[in-house]
Design a protein around this ligand. Structure first.
Ligand SMILES: NC(=O)c1ccc[n+]([C@@H]2O[C@H](COP(=O)([O-])OP(=O)(O)OC[C@H]3O[C@@H](n4cnc5c(N)ncnc54)[C@H](OP(=O)(O)O)[C@@H]3O)[C@@H](O)[C@H]2O)c1
Length: 334
C-alpha cells in the first residue's frame, strides 16, 4: 500500500499525508508519557507503518532523553534511506544526559546537539531538524544561522521550528528558508489558528505539522475518567485533563464519537481526517500496530462540507477546553 504524498513547505520535502509520532514509544527519565511502552511492539509499529507507506517518523532528543532516537535507529537499521526522520533539539541536555529544563539555542549548542542526534539515530543526516522551543535569551537569527550551516554541511536536509509565533517564523525564515512549523493542533487545540500562525505559514510557503492531533489521546474516546491514566502519566499535569475541564471535554468527545459512528469510523479517524482536510500533516502518536493501522486508514476518509460544518459546530473555534500544558511549559511557548 502507499499513502498519498504531499509537499511539506515549498523547499522540496515530500512526505506522506500522515506521519508517525514516536514520543510515547519510550519513557521520559523514570516516568512514562502515555503508559508503559513495549519496545518490541514499538518497533513492530514502525515496521508496520513503513509497510503501509508511513515512512515519516517524528522524534526528539528530549524523548528519553535520547532513548527515542536510539529506538528509531534500531527500527530502521539497514533501511535508513527509505525513512524521513524529523528530530528536534533545544531543551538543554547536559553531558550527564540530564535535561536541565533550560532552552538553549546558542550556536555552540546547536553544533553539539546535532552530533548527538546523528550518533543516537546512527545516521549521517537528519531529514528535518526542528528547534523544539524558542530560546528567549538568544536571537532566533543566531540559532537559525547555526542550523543553516548544518544544511550546508549535509547533516540536515530541511529546517523546522516548534511552537513559535508569526513574528519568530518571519525572522527565522529571513535567515534560512523554514520548511515546517510544528505546534499542537487538534479539535481541542486551535491556538495557531487564533493567533494567525497558520496564515503566516501559508503566506511564506511553510508547511504545518500538527502534533498531539488526537489531543494526547483524549479525542480517541478511550479516556473516560482520570483513573484511566496511570499514576506517572504525563497527562495528569495538563489542565485540559484536570477536574475543571475533564467532564465537559468528555461530553464533547461523546458527540464526536456519535458523529464518527454514524459515518462508520472511529473518533480518532474523524479527528485526523478533519486535520488532513485542511492540508495539514498530522503526526498521531502510538506505540501499537492496532492504532497505527486505524490512523493510517483515516487517510482514506473523505469529509463533505456539511460534515466539516457539523464537526466544527460540536467544537467551534474558541471553545475553552483548558490549557494544553502546566504553567511552566506554557511559559516556554513563544
Ligand atoms: N513539538 C512538540 O513540542 C511536541 C509535543 C508533543 C508531541 N509531539 C510529537 O507529536 C506526536 C503525537 O502527539 P502525542 O503522541 O503527544 O499525542 P496524540 O497523537 O494526540 O495522542 C497519542 C495518544 O493517543 C493514543 N492513540 C493513538 N491512536 C489511537 C487510536 N487510533 N485509537 C485510540 N487511541 C489512540 C495513543 O495510545 P498508545 O500510546 O497507547 O498507542 C496515545 O496515548 C508525538 O509522538 C511527538 O512525536 C511534539
Amino acid at each position: 500500500m502507499d499513502i498519498k504524498k504531499i509537499a511539506l513547505g515549498n523547499q522540496g520535502l515530500i512526505v506522506p499525508k500522515i506521519g508517525l509520532g514516536c514520543m510515547g514509544m519510550t519513557g521520559f527519565e523514570e516516568a512514562h508519557m502515555y503508559g508503559k511502552a513495549d519496545e518490541q511492539e514499538a518497533i513492530a509499529t514502525i515496521h508496520r507503518s513503513f509497510e503501509l507507506g508511513g515512512n515519516f517518523l517524528d522524534t526528539a532528543d528530549l524523548y528519553g532523553p535520547f532513548k527515542n532516537e536510539q529506538l528509531i535507529a534500531k527500527a530502521i537499521k539497514g533501511n535508513r534511506d527509505h525513512f524521513i526522520i524529523a528530530t528536534k533539539f533545544g531543551w538543554e541536555i547536559d553531558d550527564n544526559n540530564k535535561v536541565t529544563w533550560a532552552i538553549n539555542g546558542k550556536k555552540e549548542y546547536v553544533k553539539k546537539a546535532v552530533e548527538r542526534s546523528l550518533k543516537n539515530l546512527k545516521t549521517d543526516y537528519i531529514d528535518l531538524y526542528y528547534l523544539h522551543r524558542l530560546d528567549k535569551n538568544t536571537p532566533v537569527e543566531e540559532t537559525v544561522e547555526a542550523m543553516s550551516l548544518l544544511v550546508k554541511e549535509g547533516k540536515v536536509g530541511y529546517l523546522g521550528l516548534s511552537e513559535v509565533s508569526s513574528e519568530t517564523v518571519k525572522r527565522a525564515h529571513a535567515v534560512h528558508p523554514i520548511t515546517a512549523v510544528q505546534s499542537e493542533y487538534s479539535l481541542f487545540e486551535r491556538t495557531v489558528e487564533e493567533r494567525g500562525v497558520l496564515q503566516t505559514l501559508n503566506e511564506l510557503g511553510i508547511g504545518f505539522v500538527a502534533y498531539s492531533p488526537l489531543g494526547r489521546g483524549f479525542l480517541s474516546g478511550n479516556i473516560r475518567s482520570l483513573d484511566d491514566l496511570p499514576e506517572d502519566d504525563f497527562r495528569r499535569a495538563i489542565p485540559r485533563f484536570q477536574e475543571a475541564h475533564f467532564h465537559k471535554n468528555i461530553e464533547l468527545v461523546k458527540l464526536i464519537e456519535t458523529m464518527a459512528a454514524d459515518k462508520g469510523i472511529t473518533s480518532s479517524q474523524l479527528a485526523l481526517a478533519w486535520i488532513m482536510s485542511k492540508d495539514i500533516l498530522p503526526i498521531p502518536g502510538t506505540k501499537r500496530r492496532k492504532y497505527l493501522e486505524q490512523n493510517i486508514a483515516s487517510v482514506e476518509v473523505e469529509l463533505s462540507e456539511a460534515e466539516l460544518q457539523k464537526l466544527e459546530g460540536i467544537v467551534p473555534l474558541g471553545t475553552d477546553t483548558g490549557l494544553p500544558y502546566d504553567d511552566f511549559s506554557m511559559g516556554l511557548i513563544d
